[in-house]
Design a protein. Structure first.
Length: 138
């Protein structure tokens, strides 16, 4: 069995931002030369997420609205975590959206259903953060 590991780095321009990283993951898969196996993609920071869904702007706005209702950024004083940082909401948003995805690799391709794409979700951005890509297989 072969193994491949790479870190992808992101520096968002906004506090909250969704980035479609499917093409970067496909490039890692091509680079790995693995044709059959599994690929793990996970955010390595506790205020960021990796998830799979549709790349549609209305859905992205729905995420923003929904997450703000569940874990509003303001007022900062509502979070006990906010003692020296103002990112208590970002930790909760990450928990809701998840840490990682695992995708089957078949014939050297991501084995997706219709419309599926991989996203990096940043909830406390404007600084450099990374995503781990780990691929195992043959």
């Amino acid at each position: 069995m072969k193994s491949y590991r790479k870190e992808l780095w992101f520096n968002t321009t906004q506090r909250r931002q969704l980035i479609n990283i499917t093409s970067e993951i496909e490039a890692c898969l091509f680079e790995s030369k693995i044709k059959e196996g599994l690929i793990l993609v996970n955010a390595m920071h506790i205020t960021a997420s990796v998830f799979i869904n549709d790349d549609e702007s209305g859905l992205h706005q729905d995420y923003e609205n929904w997450l703000e209702r569940l874990a509003p950024e303001l007022p900062y004083s509502q979070y006990k975590h906010n003692t020296y940082e103002d990112n208590g909401d970002a930790h909760l948003k990450r928990t809701i959206m998840g840490r990682e995805v695992v995708v089957a690799v078949t014939n050297g391709q991501l084995d997706f259903g219709p419309w599926e794409q991989i996203f990096y979700g940043e909830f406390d951005g404007k600084r450099r953060k990374r995503v781990l890509v780990k691929i195992i297989g043959e």
